[in-house]
Design a protein around this ligand. Sequence first.
Ligand SMILES: [Mn+2]
Length: 295
Amino acid sequence: MQPKLDDKTEKLAKKISWANTSSFDESDIIILGIPDETGSHSIWSGTSKAPDRIRRISNERDIYYEKKLQCLALPTKGLQDARVYDYGNIKKRQIPKTFDKILSSSKIPIAIGGDHSNTAEILKVMAKKHGPVSLVYFDAHPDFVSHTRNYYGSVITDSVDHIDMKSSIQIGIRSPETEELANIEKHGLKVITPFDVVEQGMKDISKTVMDTIKENVYVSFDMDCLDPAYAPGVSVPVPIGMESQDTTHLIKKIVQRGIIGLDIMEVCPKHDLNNQTSHLASRMIGEIVSSCKVY
Ligand SMILES: [Mn+2]
């Protein structure tokens, strides 16, 4: 059940709690929602509700209300210098125009989905601007299906021309299909499974990631890369997944080095437990913007 917010807070809840400027021009980082799940084949629907739910939860749980005082519950090191603007929601067909606008003003987009097929549309715009991107793809699934196209299971196949495979890596993979294993092999894509993390430890994994990525790094984060214990509210949960604190730590290191964009996809509020997945997504966004190298 959602608590009832007063009118002022209700208005506030339309923007993510990390937004600290109302000026697009003055901002470094743009948060935007893409409430579209037309590319999902999951029997669990509802990822289109994620952008607004994450915004609402960030206002309910990442702001502490002390009588008339409202205090933002900061990320670990505070918000640092980043100026964050909440653009609101856009339609999937508006991705080219909107991302063009964001990239041409040298700002960093952080998109909230929606299903993971939205990422393929974003990567098109990224590659048009920067050439093939160095992709860090957090997911339980490789999304490298090729017998079916243009859905959330074929993001990598649909984007092969927009990804520099040599400088890209997948993290959290644990339920590949036979065809996907063949495609990974064929394209020489690096993959880190949750068991690799156990065996090597996050310090070595993080070195592997840092040694792999090059220029023009784009991070795509499917919430299902995390263990359902941390993120139960996703459209395709897979047990034996990544842990939230070391995964967030790794993302912080990547964004500190510099990224051209990031997305968080596949949160599915309808199947969540007490909105814990939306809250985690909001906390992760806070940690990301506080670490992000801005230009
Ligand atoms: Mn995915």
